[in-house]
Design a protein around this ligand. Structure first.
Ligand SMILES: Nc1nc2c(ncn2[C@@H]2O[C@H](COP(=O)(O)OP(=O)(O)OP(=O)(O)O)[C@@H](O)[C@H]2O)c(=O)[nH]1
Ligand SMILES: [Mg+2]
Length: 299
């Protein structure tokens, strides 16, 4: 447990030696089922993660949880709430929970989350649940590391299903309408069905819609069944590897971008960058040539 915590801190902080660690851990990964849960602030993601963790523990599967906390103005007390709720799991070594703050993360949240997931996977966790808030690009990136993505909606969003970013609709393998104890769950369901009828997925899967009341544990078994059903579908249609390759194609581009940027930045101090920027501002240099030169390592 302590080694795991230290390894996660190392990759989170991009500590010296962390990339060697990741290289050595990678061959031990690929066993865990990575499930991403995304949805708007307060939709009940943490409550649902908590319920799913219970469900998997009942089945004797070990669980890792990565909660990406937005540290946002809308959810001031979220971390505290999560901590308190999850406290009861702390006695269970079969559950490992890590919250990560969005703000101040080094080198991109998506990257850090992926690296933390790699460590958890290598540690032998059976299921890894990744919670992210669906408000930006980051969560779309983060789902690329999940084999199964659950998008959580809540009633009372008015016509908002229409305005949910298209990206979010496309990434859902399973829809959850949480807070189904509130009025309007059927309406949200109808709207999702309406949108689904317009666009078929290329893999032929129609994402099921599961209604839950996470705070009461209602619908959690059904959600577990929907997850298993999708897992079976991926297996049966030989889609797991294909999906993983698609995810990796995106992630490799991101990793490459990070690495090349780091390399370019390593050649140049902040002071130098500041000076060059001033020269461009004063039109003493053109930025196009400058960037080409930096990229070519001529700086
Ligand atoms: N009525 C009702 N309340 C719920 C349900 N699920 C969760 N809640 C409550 O909604 C609030 C937010 O739940 P969280 O699980 O913290 O939501 P979250 O999506 O993780 O929130 P952030 O991480 O802050 O974005 C809590 O007070 C929960 O108890 C539900 O199904 N019905
Ligand atoms: Mg939460």
């Amino acid at each position: 447990m302590r080694a795991l915590a230290r390894a996660i801190s190392a990759v989170e902080n991009r500590a010296l030696g962390s990339s060697d660690l990741l290289k050595r851990l990678f061959p031990h990964t690929g066993r865990a089922r990575v499930i991403g849960l995304t949805g708007s602030p307060g939709a009940g993601k943490s409550t649902l993660v908590d319920q799913l963790a219970r469900l998997y523990r009942q089945k004797n599967r070990t669980v890792g949880i990565v909660a990406v906390d937005p540290t946002s103005p809308y959810t001031g007390g979220a971390i505290l709430g999560d901590r308190i709720r999850m406290q009861e799991h702390f006695a269970d070594p079969g559950i490992y929970i890590r919250s990560m703050a969005t703000r101040g993360s080094l080198g991109g949240l998506a990257r850090t989350t992926a690296d933390v997931t790699t460590v958890l996977d290598a540690s032998g966790r059976d299921v890894i649940l990744v919670e992210t808030v669906g408000v930006g690009q980051d969560e779309v990136d983060i789902v690329r590391l999940a084999e199964i993505t659950i998008v959580i909606l809540v009633p009372g969003m008015g016509d908002d299903v229409q305005t949910i970013k298209a990206g979010i609709m496309e990434i859902a393998d399973i829809f959850v309408i949480n807070k189904s104890d509130h009025e309007g769950a059927e309406r949200v369901e109808r709207e999702i069905r309406g949108l689904q009828s317009l666009a078929l997925r290329h893999d032929g899967w129609t994402p099921p819609i599961v209604k839950t009341v996470a705070s009461a544990g209602t619908g959690v078994d059904e959600l577990g069944a929907a997850i298993s059903h999708y897992e079976d579908y991926l297996q049966k249609e030989n889609l797991a590897l294909k999906k993983s390759a698609e995810n990796w194609q995106q992630r490799l581009v991101e990793m490459l971008r990070d690495t090349m940027l780091e390399k370019a930045r390593a050649q140049m101090s902040d002071a130098k960058l500041q000076q060059l920027a001033a020269e461009v501002a004063e039109h003493k240099r053109d930025p196009y040539t400058l960037v080409e030169e930096i990229a070519a390592g001529r700086f």
